[in-house]
Design a binder for this molecule. Structure first.
Ligand SMILES: *[C@@H]1O[C@H](CO)[C@@H](O)[C@H](O)[C@H]1NC(C)=O
Ligand SMILES: *[C@@H]1O[C@H](CO)[C@@H](O)[C@H](O)[C@H]1NC(C)=O
Ligand SMILES: *[C@@H]1O[C@H](CO)[C@@H](O)[C@H](O)[C@H]1NC(C)=O
Length: 422
């Protein structure tokens, strides 16, 4: 032997400690395979890394995967696109620009309401909200708020959550005089109870949109970022003569790309789009009580390598959990779990439950649709295989917890969440 082989006395060898960076796996080469070049080992790199020691983080943005002006962010073995409105989708490849039906009629009268209504000509003309349709014709052809209304608004209930990317506004003329909204704000709501004012990305002030300048021409404003809501309110800020409006909403169904089939992207445990600070757990196990061998929740990333390469809690009972804070509500469609080895001892979670929350305090455990009992998901059977479970139907949440229910040796978990934005 040349003195480079594994030394059982010191525990050292070509692959120990592991010379491969970024979770690369080290393989000792048989002497015959060395050839002319003297290599004792080779590093097998995780996706997204290359180089002899996997020391190079491949730039996944190099091929410019984001279309239509989307901004790319490099992750480990993946990328994410920040799309500019009206584009959506993993690569900003989809246009979210359907006309939602004010002009076409898909939005019916009962979905449109307003703070007040103007009655003209001795109360005979009703300028009701249901008239606020782009290009509406006739003598009475738009919505106008009442003269005394100091806080006017008009609201569209889209009857389900939609993605809105823009609005087209138009004034009208009444008794030969142009009336229109020169400037307006927007607010939106998911439930019709609490409303959030619209603000542009990174702004602390409500966005004021520039509206119309005459009785007939249309003005289009795009939303960047788009609004995801069921209820949208247009709030006139400056009106010419009266707050008179015809309009159309621009957007798309949320599920054009987020049905279950199209909504199963890895949310970023492996790629680290989910950062360490977003991961937490009830506790963490330390092998032989040593801090260096702590099984942190931050290690619970699918395919993580290393000596301690998974999350494991201090106790093995039903009080333990692993939590992901996605920082905003996302649609969660599935979960991939994986076990690990603790110094040669194979450990994994064989059965688990899943809980979710929107505030991190009130939790809901996923239930079996048929029995109504808390659902038990089948987990792993070995130290390495990926086990995928899909959630039917998917759910919306900001916080997700995995609750280990049965395990082999120790509760030990690496995982990836599957889903999509909203
Ligand atoms: C309204 O718009 C039309 C078309 O631009 C224009 O011909 C008309 O004079 C306008 N009426 C008023 C009252 O401003
Ligand atoms: C789990 O173990 C911890 C520490 O022994 C204990 O405090 C907790 O009550 C246990 N939970 C259950 C459900 O047994
Ligand atoms: C752990 O997983 C690896 C990779 O799948 C496999 O080669 C190995 O045999 C497993 N170890 C044990 C002890 O089951």
């Amino acid at each position: 032997p040349r003195g480079h082989a594994f030394d059982s006395r010191t525990g050292r060898g070509p692959c120990s400690p592991n010379p491969c960076r970024n979770d690369g796996t080290c393989e000792v080469l048989a002497p015959t395979r060395r050839g002319d070049v003297f290599n004792e080992y080779i590093c097998r790199c995780q996706p997204g890394f290359e180089g002899v020691h996997c020391q190079i983080n491949v730039n996944d943005c190099a091929n410019q995967p984001c279309k239509n002006g989307g901004r790319c962010r490099d992750l480990e073995g993946d990328y994410t696109c920040q799309c500019s409105s009206p584009y959506v989708g993993k690569q900003c490849q989809l246009r979210c620009t359907s006309l939602l039906g004010m002009e076409g009629g898909a939005i019916v009268e009962s979905q449109i309401s307003a703070s007040s209504v103007h009655y003209g000509i001795m109360g005979l003309q009703r300028w009701g909200p249901e008239l606020a349709r782009l290009n509406n014709q006739g003598i009475v052809n738009a919505w106008t708020s009442a003269t005394h209304d100091r806080n006017p608004w008009i609201q569209i209930d889209m009857q389900k959550k939609m993605r809105l990317t823009g609005i087209i506004t138009q004034g009208a003329s009444r008794m030969g005089t142009a009336e229109f909204i020169k400037a307006f704000k927007l607010s939106s709501s998911l439930d019709g109870q609490t409303y959030a004012p619209y603000r542009a990305e990174g702004q602390r002030r409500d966005k004021v949109f520039v509206g119309n300048v005459d009785n007939d021409s249309t003005k289009t404003n795009m939303f960047d970022p788009p609004i995801v809501a069921q209820f949208i309110r247009i709030i006139p800020v400056v009106c010419r003569r009266a707050c008179t409006l015809r309009m159309e909403l621009v957007g798309c169904e949320l599920n054009v790309y987020s049905n279950t089939a199209g909504c199963s992207e890895p949310l970023g445990m492996k790629s680290r789009l989910i950062s360490d600070s977003q991961l937490s757990a009830s506790s963490a196990h330390r092998t032989w009580g040593l801090d260096t061998f702590t099984w942190h929740p931050q290690y619970a990333r699918l395919d993580k390598q290393g000596k301690t390469n998974a999350w494991s809690p201090a106790n093995n009972n039903h009080s333990e959990w692993l939590q992901v804070d996605l920082e905003k509500t996302k649609r969660i469609s599935g979960l991939i779990t994986q076990g690990a080895k603790d110094f040669g001892v194979v450990s994994f979670v064989s059965v688990f439950k899943v809980a979710y929350s929107n505030d991190g305090e009130n939790w809901r455990v996923l239930k079996d649709e048929n029995t109504g009992a808390e659902k038990l998901f089948q987990g792993n059977v070995d130290n390495n295989t990926h086990k995928k479970n899909m959630f039917e139907p998917p759910f919306y949440a900001r916080y997700v917890r995995v609750l280990p229910w049965e395990w082999h040796e120790r509760i030990t978990l690496r995982m990836e969440l599957l889903g999509c934005e909203e």
